[in-house]
Design a protein around this ligand. Structure first.
Ligand SMILES: *Cc1c(COP(=O)(O)O)cnc(C)c1O
Length: 353
């Protein structure tokens, strides 16, 4: 770093994304992307005609995309904010909000939350999970802190029920409760309808996982009109054109093809259950997942060893060097074919081949 960087920024350890190695072709099960391409109609959106308009700025209001989302969720356009990936929205939310005592989130969760807290100088509290890796909602009741929870949580894949989230909302009327629903389409129930009852709820969603569009960088938030106005204020104070024309068009077409994505989610769920069953037969402990990944461990092999051995054999999964979960690997659910190769490779590793 240069000697010019602000002191406050020098100390920040930045977020480390999952590796995207180029040394060989891997079966990539490490960053929770979809193994499926976007819908056919979505692919057609990028053509010479759309490219030829790149001399013009995109619509800063993102009206078409908001209208598509509004119809899908039966809410008003003023309840929706769209941005350059949900990380963009999380950044804005941490920039905008904190309560008297800062912000709190589960200790084992999305690794970006503490980075954003540090970046924006907010005191943060990391709440341990229960022994079974679930979130104890009692820890989040009646707090003087902004609350951030990924639901389903990552990397565990475990989920809170909407009624449990409502308990948290009810007892934190003066704090923002941010629910990060990056993985909600893989079998969970969204809490977004609660925005009608709770003006402190901010639901964050992404096109990256269930909408097969990680490379397009699109995220959206659903919340009270007042919260949405806050987020718009930050966007217009930093980068009003934060979503490019092509991604906006891809997003609109994605929503029009919702059926395709629903089917793909069902397929992922089916393959997830199949993979979990096969792993259990091999002696693995598999947390019950409501996401497009599974969190697994086997007492006969260390998490890091399994990760490294799989990598050597061309299968990439994610291992976190964090004490509570160092025995585990997080495995993204790919196609049935990919998972069969993964399972076969695991079997080889366990039998010492
Ligand atoms: C993947 C992920 C995100 C980031 O999604 P983008 O929209 O690609 O920025 C946010 N939160 C959680 C919990 C995630 O796993």
């Amino acid at each position: 770093m240069s000697r010019f960087l602000k002191k406050s920024l020098q100390k920040i350890a930045e977020y480390v994304p999952g590796e995207q190695p180029k040394d060989k072709k891997y079966i990539k099960l490490n960053t929770n992307e979809s193994p499926f391409s976007p819908a056919k109609n979505v692919l057609k959106v990028i053509n010479n005609k759309s490219l030829s308009t790149l001399n013009l700025y995109p619509d800063p209001k993102c009206e078409n995309l908001k209208n598509a989302l509004k119809d899908l969720y039966e809410i008003e356009a003023e309840n929706i904010f769209v941005a350059n990936g949900s990380d963009d929205i999380l950044n804005f939310a941490f920039m905008a909000y904190k309560s008297k005592e800062g912000v709190m989130f589960p200790k084992i969760s999305y690794g970006f939350y503490p980075v954003f807290a540090k970046l924006h100088g907010i005191k943060f509290t990391e709440v341990p999970l229960k022994d079974d890796f679930s979130i104890d909602i009692n820890d989040y009741k009646n707090q003087n802190k902004m609350i951030v929870i990924a639901n389903p949580n990552a990397p565990t894949g475990l989920i809170l029920k909407v009624a449990e989230i409502e308990e948290i909302l009810k007892t934190n009327k003066d704090n923002i409760v941010l629910i990060d629903e990056a993985y909600i389409d893989f079998g969970g129930e969204s809490c977004y309808k609660l925005i009608k009852k709770y003006d402190n709820l901010l639901v964050v969603r992404t096109f990256s996982k269930s909408r097969c569009l990680a490379g397009g960088r699109l995220g959206y938030a659903i919340a009270s009109k007042e919260i949405i106005k806050d987020l718009e204020k930050i966007k217009y104070s930093t980068n009003p054109y934060n979503i490019n024309r092509l991604s906006l068009a891809l997003g609109e077409e994605t929503i029009k093809n919702d059926g395709y994505y629903k089917n793909k989610c069902q397929e992922i769920i089916k393959v997830r259950e199949y993979t979990a069953k096969k792993l259990k037969e091999m002696g693995f402990f598999v947390l019950p997942s409501f996401a497009n990944f599974i969190f697994i461990k086997n007492n006969s092999i260390k998490g890091e060893k399994l990760y490294l051995s799989l990598k050597e054999k061309g299968v990439l999964v994610r291992h976190f060097s964090v004490k509570e979960i160092e025995d585990f690997c997080r495995v993204t659910i790919g196609t049935k074919k990919q998972m069969d190769i993964f399972l076969k490779t695991v079997k080889e590793i366990l039998s010492g081949e």
